[in-house]
Design a binder for this molecule. Structure first.
Ligand SMILES: [Zn+2]
Ligand SMILES: [Zn+2]
Length: 91
């Protein structure tokens, strides 16, 4: 059986909002399928459950990529009290 996500997830649309981005595999055909960035209506069991290990600002944010993805975990975390967000990436 071939894992369609063996080459990772398409990065189109990432960074627009927390959790946003195309959820199809890298190199997919057809249109991108971009999630709007609110992951609350995605099933938890489709998403990676790795937690950000923590730094001086953030801790415990959940990875917003699909379960079983290749490469680093990542999510966008908003910085409390500002309109800014930072992309968290961890191995
Ligand atoms: Zn795509
Ligand atoms: Zn992850």
């Amino acid at each position: 059986m071939t894992d369609p996500y063996a080459n990772g997830v398409c990065t189109y649309g990432e960074d627009q909002a927390p959790g946003a981005g195309c959820i199809k595999p890298t190199g997919h055909g057809g249109a991108h399928l971009v999630t709007p960035g609110d992951t609350s209506d995605l099933d938890d069991d489709r998403l990676c459950d790795s937690e950000f290990p923590g730094d001086d600002t953030f801790v415990g944010q959940l990875c917003t990529r699909l379960r079983g993805h290749d490469g680093d975990h990542s999510c966008n975390a908003s910085i409390a009290g500002t309109d800014h967000s930072r992309r968290l990436v961890w191995p």
